[in-house]
Design a protein around this ligand. Structure first.
Ligand code: GLY
Length: 535
């Protein structure tokens, strides 16, 4: 998709077209992103949300950059050992399924904070299309029908009532989903602003839902939730400025460490997905994810050594023992001296408006449909973000990520994330807006997409389509998308000592590239229903 002026790329065609209409009607990129975010809560319920949280990275056309943390927070009653039994072992599923798994949602506060600083249309105008689709209904795509069918058993297990997603029949493409309760919630937000969610009827519904299942979120937790403006993480790669998310997301720091480790090598000459390129990326990744596990957490609670981790001299030392003749087993890698995985069901949206303002938002319920609990009467799913804490330091979470003390559970603390909404400039001009879902694979998918454009000379759609690989320290394996590697490269990597695990799909990117002539090229991932549209 190529457009002359403005573009939106998101996980669903309806959400994308709603965002684009907002810009056609005079809204800016932030207005469009807010409208797309609310629309995803309606048409992409596995990750689009009002019951979750996320991060936004912004670059306005005057060059100013900013980022918003609207990540969920642990409820006041949360405690370090809440997911451990009397023997100190992790309870099965408590951190991922059901009421206790939810952190205090940040998405609605986040959308209002973004709007207050940058919005130009009214919030009522930005939410109205989502109210309309909730009432009118939307048609399931084949993939959406398949996902709903796969989740039926869990919807029935974790809900005391029949949600709009329950069906005694098999969902088919083209079936219509109507959500009158969600429409009511959106109208409360339209009428009462932020308090329409964090106070009043919707807050009462959330707290009643919590009380029905040992959940911890209270009225006070909801009232007190506040998103936080944070200084973005920024750095350089081959003359480009990379602007990404700071802790409590690990994304920006890990991405810049990976890029620093790559810059000294001629990977363009080595080739995309060649043995040498994959070997280098995997060796860098196992070291960077080990640093993530030890050092990264909520900066409001732990001292995160951001400057040290981003120092070129630190990373030179950190990566100095990489050999091109042999793999370094992960058991021999620990954090450097001085950063687990995320569900594929997060979602990302990228927007550029006709004035060159850009926004990248990654937002999530964590797992597909979050904790699987829909708030009775309010019509939205709650997140299961508590699993992104390290419930038992040293034990892997649902994505196999290992975490440490820095990411232990504490009341009001934010759980560590891998979300990596990223904006790239070149010679002070906007060049790319990038991001994806995919749990722990988010960081490495964004990393590869940047390399695909900057080093391998691909266009945006080609860079998004390209097959991906992933390493995260533990498990000590290279995840390889089916078809990513030739047989020869697989054999060579195995001979070097890499354990390869072939996997179906990694990531669902939504990206925008500014072409040399100023037009915009969208990259919407064919792995999902992702759609880029522009004018
Ligand atoms: N929920 C996955 C992440 O934030 O990384």
């Amino acid at each position: 998709m190529i457009a002359n002026h403005a573009m939106v790329s998101s996980a669903h065609p309806l959400a994308t077209s709603i965002g684009l209409d907002i810009m056609r009607n005079g809204g800016n990129a932030i207005d469009a992103a807010i409208a797309t975010h609310f629309a995803l809560a309606v048409v992409y319920p596995q990750a689009g949300n009002v019951g979750g949280g996320g991060f936004a990275v912004i670059r306005m056309n005057d060059g100013t950059i900013n980022s918003l943390d609207f990540r969920e927070k642990a409820p006041a009653l949360a405690h370090r050992d809440m997911f451990l039994n009397a023997e100190g072992q992790l309870y099965d599923l408590r951190s991922t399924h059901g009421h206790m798994a939810s952190g205090v949602p940040g998405a609605v506060d986040g959308m209002f904070a973004l709007h207050q600083k940058y919005g130009t249309l009214t919030m009522a105008e930005l939410i109205e299309p989502s109210v309309e689709i909730s009432l009118r209904g939307y048609a399931l795509t084949p993939l959406a029908a398949e996902i709903l069918n796969t989740n039926q058993k869990e919807f029935q297990t974790y809900n005391r009532w029949s949600t709009p997603y329950h069906s005694d029949q098999i969902w088919e493409a083209g079936d219509t989903i109507r959500q009158p309760d969600l429409a009511k919630t959106l109208k409360h937000i339209q009428t009462n602003g932020r308090n329409g969610f964090y106070d009043g009827i919707v807050a009462d519904q959330i707290v009643a839902e919590m009380q029905s299942g040992n959940g911890l979120i209270s009225h006070a937790d909801l009232k007190n939730y506040q998103s936080v403006w944070r200084k973005p993480i920024s750095g350089n790669y081959r003359g480009h400025q990379i602007i990404s998310m700071a802790p409590p997301s690990s994304g920006g720091i890990a991405l810049l460490q990976l890029l620093q480790g790559t810059e000294g090598y001629p990977i363009a000459d080595w080739g995309h997905n060649s043995t040498k390129t994959i070997h280098l990326m995997s060796e860098l990744e196992r070291r960077v994810y080990a640093d993530r596990a030890l050092y990264l957490g909520d900066p409001d609670f732990v001292k995160v050594p951001i400057k040290q981790l981003l120092k070129p001299s630190y990373n030179q030392r950190r990566f100095a023992d990489i050999s091109f003749d042999v793999v370094t087993p992960s058991e021999r890698v620990s954090a450097g001296e001085i950063p687990p995985s995320e569900s594929p069901e997060t979602t990302h949206l990228s927007v550029v408006d006709s004035n060159g303002n850009a926004v990248a938002i990654t937002t999530t319920l964590n797992s597909s449909f979050g904790n699987k609990v829909m708030v009775k009467g309010a019509g939205f799913f709650l997140n299961n973000e508590m699993d992104d804490f390290s419930s038992k330091p040293g034990s892997p979470n649902q994505f196999g990520l290992i975490g440490g003390e820095a990411n232990a559970i504490l009341p009001h603390k934010r759980m560590l994330s891998s979300m990596t909404p990223t904006i790239v400039t070149y010679k002070d001009q906007l060049k790319m807006v990038v991001g994806t879902p995919g749990g722990s694979t988010i960081i490495t998918s964004v990393y590869q997409t940047l390399l695909n454009v900057i080093d391998h000379g691909m266009g945006m759609q080609e860079a998004v389509n390209a097959k991906r690989v992933h390493h995260q320290w533990y498990p000590d394996e290279v995840r390889v998308e089916t078809g990513a590697l030739t047989e020869n490269v697989q054999t060579d990597l195995e001979q070097l000592g890499h354990q390869l695990r072939i996997t179906d799909k990694i990531g669902r990117m939504d990206c925008i590239l500014v072409l040399p002539d100023g037009r915009l090229e969208g990259g919407a991932d064919p792995r999902g229903d992702n759609t880029a549209l522009g004018y």
